[in-house]
Design a binder for this molecule. Structure first.
Ligand code: DQA
Length: 156
């Protein structure tokens, strides 16, 4: 099975230091470590990355088309601005989860619009680091049930 890509956009490298009342005290490295364990318990690998650059995020989403079995994306502020990210996501045919640490609907109105949501399978937000764990659990279940179905010859 190809790895699950977990991609993080701008400023997420600063969680733990940045606005801890909103984003919590945990670091991105801590989140990555927990997700790696969660995936390996299911016999899966993750490919976890962060960038502050929109073009890099688009490149990685394009890479995920062939190199990953599923994608978990926290696009940070690009969620609310990037048609390029949305277009890149629309070229994928794997399951995709949009995640946010904070509940974007409880915050400023400019955060209520997501260019990511129309292009993904589902959205999880507002549970802090647990948003990622819930998204990974969902992706694992989807992948396990589709591989069980393909073993039974139901679908690919
Ligand atoms: C975020 C929410 C975005 O609105 C914000 O720009 C971020 C982080 C979150 O995880 O809660 O950078 O994606």
């Amino acid at each position: 099975m190809k790895p699950i890509f977990i991609l993080n956009g701008p400023n997420l490298n600063l969680i733990g230091e940045r606005e801890p009342e909103i984003y919590g005290a945990g670091t991105l490295a801590g989140i990555e470590e927990g997700l790696r364990k969660q995936a390996s318990a299911a016999g899966l690998e993750i490919n976890f990355r962060q960038t502050n650059h929109e073009g890099a995020l688009v490149d990685w989403i394009q890479e995920a088309r062939h190199a990953s079995s599923a994608l978990i994306l926290n696009a940070g502020a690009y969620t609310h601005t990037s048609i390029a990210v949305m277009d890149a996501l629309r070229a994928l045919s794997i399951p995709i989860a949009e995640v946010h640490l904070s509940n974007i609907f409880k915050r400023e109105s400019f955060r209520h619009r997501s260019y990511v949501s129309p292009a993904v399978t589902g959205v999880i937000c507002g549970f802090g680091a647990q948003s990622y764990r819930l998204a990974l659990a969902a992706m694992i279940e989807i992948l396990e049930s589709s591989s069980a179905a393909s073993h039974r010859g139901l679908h690919a």
